[in-house]
Design a protein around this ligand. Structure first.
Ligand code: GRF
Length: 192
């Protein structure tokens, strides 16, 4: 059983998927602490409803201290709208993952779904990756695809991708908790 710390900035639907996967035993992990850089976001409320400790912090040094206090072994960024800095990376490189709503390396940064629509791709999806110093540039762990339909709007494509996000994030955490992810340079090997 590993301790997870989840960093959020908003509604927390991925947080919810992670909490549920832990609670129903799909993954051998527990969400030990939820940290938001913004007060009064719905994700914090979701954590409180499950009696999970929460904190609102913007200083990265304080975030690291909080994660250490809860003996966090894996940090999950779930809609965390800040670029991670040196303090977090120094302590958690290889133990910090992020979810992004496009098939990286295409369409990093904000509004990945809109970028995909505007570009005219026929397939998009979701990526879970280890976090490095760049913006959505770290080693890719898992990806899932969704079709882009002719009549898609940003909302309909986002909803189709989100459905996959809620499966892929717990699946990735499960592999990490089982010790099945090996980072070899830029590549992540997933053992059977
Ligand atoms: C998701 O689309 C995630 O991929 C992106 O931000 C969004 C967060 O949504 N990084 P939620 O807060 O988990 O509902």
């Amino acid at each position: 059983m590993i301790n997870i710390g989840v960093l959020i900035s908003g509604r927390g639907s991925n947080l919810q998927a992670i909490i549920e996967a832990c609670e129903n035993g799909d993954i051998s992990a527990r969400v030990a602490i939820v940290i938001s850089n913004k007060a009064e976001v719905y994700g914090l409320e979701r954590a409180r409803q499950r009696n999970i400790p929460t904190a609102v912090l913007t200083s990265e040094k304080e975030i690291v201290q909080e994660l250490e206090k809860y003996e966090v072994e894996l940090v999950c960024l779930a809609g965390y709208m800040k670029i991670v800095g040196a303090a977090l990376l120094k302590k958690y490189f290889g133990k910090m993952i992020n979810i992004h709503p496009s098939l990286l390396p295409s369409f990093p940064g904000l509004h990945g779904q809109k970028q995909a629509l505007d570009y005219g791709v026929k397939v998009s999806g979701v990526t879970v990756h280890f976090v490095d110093e760049g913006c959505d540039t770290g080693p890719i762990i898992l990806q899932a695809t969704v079709p882009v339909l002719d009549d898609d709007t940003e909302d309909t494509l986002s909803a189709r991708i989100l459905e996959q996000e809620h499966k892929l994030y717990p699946q990735t955490i499960k592999l990490f908790a089982q010790g099945k992810l090996q980072l070899v340079g830029r590549k992540v090997c997933v053992s059977a």
